[in-house]
Design a binder for this molecule. Structure first.
Ligand code: MN
Ligand code: MN
Length: 302
């Protein structure tokens, strides 16, 4: 692949959408695992990557299966963004860089693999959208962005949970603690952090104390911004395929309204996490994840 025009989805008119080797949005596949780090020198701007790790899960596992399933479901992904009247893929050059090789039995090794992968892309001025994985994967991704941008990021976080919870079973790092670590490590700026969809459950009053103390909520504008979307922000009726469902959440329509109303001038990266195909029905949750990725691609067109 040499020319910018090559970094576009494979047309459904050339190859039917139910066919072909699956990649995110039918984009060209430049798999780092096979082709090596040199693919970062290719002429795309945005990399979609899978992060198939769910070793940070506290309840039901299976989010490791999400990248494969979301790729499959994204075959139906559109390229025209109706509301903003934007032909998204005409304005960006994107590619599927494959999955990050995360050893399923070792969180430390997986964190290292994820951080290294993302850093290698940022070094080549790429923006990266990740498909998890459980929410623990966002921490090493944020570490890489923090190191690259040399300042704490603005952070938009969709979730049912605060993810500021304490250690579990003596383990500091799991999918419910990444926000606490991100603040303590100064990866994100709590005053430029917005959490949407939160409704518990809380482990203790301490979880709320932490949020209050750091004054998290204010909206951000023109600052390097990272968006992390945990699909359990949605009601389980709309996103049953997830590891720790909590009733009383957003509808997929409401989430779409919120995503489309966010004015983010400088989205430097993002992820959608906690899709668990093992508990999904009719791919409802994967379909939603595809839409989150598409909205983030649209935000990156300007
Ligand atoms: Mn979460
Ligand atoms: Mn959650």
């Amino acid at each position: 692949l040499k020319h910018n025009k090559d970094y576009q989805p494979l047309s459904g008119r050339v190859m039917p959408r139910f066919a072909a080797i699956k990649s995110f949005f039918r984009l060209p596949i430049l798999e780092v695992a096979r082709l090596g780090e040199s693919v970062w020198d290719e002429k795309f701007d945005i990399a979609l990557v899978g992060v198939p790790f769910d070793g940070g899960t506290s309840y039901r596992p299976g989010a490791r299966l999400a990248p494969t399933r979301v790729r499959e479901v994204s075959s139906l992904g559109r390229s025209y963004h109706w509301e903003s009247k934007t032909s998204v893929f005409e304005k960006i050059n994107a590619a599927d860089l494959g999955d990050i090789a995360c050893p399923p039995v070792n969180l430390d090794q997986s964190y290292t693999a994820i951080e290294t992968f993302i850093k290698n892309g940022l070094k080549k001025s790429k923006r990266i959208l990740s498909c998890g994985g459980d929410h623990s994967v966002t921490l090493p991704i944020l570490r890489a962005h923090r190191a690259h941008f040399k300042k704490p990021l603005a952070f938009i976080h969709f979730d049912a949970h605060l993810d500021t919870y304490p250690a579990a079973w003596g383990n500091e790092y799991h999918h419910g603690s990444f926000v606490r670590h991100a603040i303590e490590e100064k990866l994100i700026d709590p005053k430029r952090t917005l959490q949407i969809g939160i409704r518990g459950p809380l482990a203790s009053q301490d979880d709320l104390d932490f949020v209050t103390k750091h004054k998290m909520t204010v909206i951000t504008i023109d600052h390097p911004t990272y968006l992390s979307f945990d699909v359990d922000a949605l009601d389980p009726a709309y996103a049953p395929g997830t590891g720790t469902p909590v009733i009383g959440g957003l509808t997929s329509y409401e989430a779409q309204r919120i995503l489309r109303s966010l004015k983010i001038k400088n989205l430097v990266g993002g992820d959608v996490v906690e899709v668990n195909p093992a508990f999904d029905h009719g791919d409802i949750t994967s379909l939603f994840a595809v839409d989150v990725l598409f909205e983030m691609l649209r935000m990156m067109t300007k």
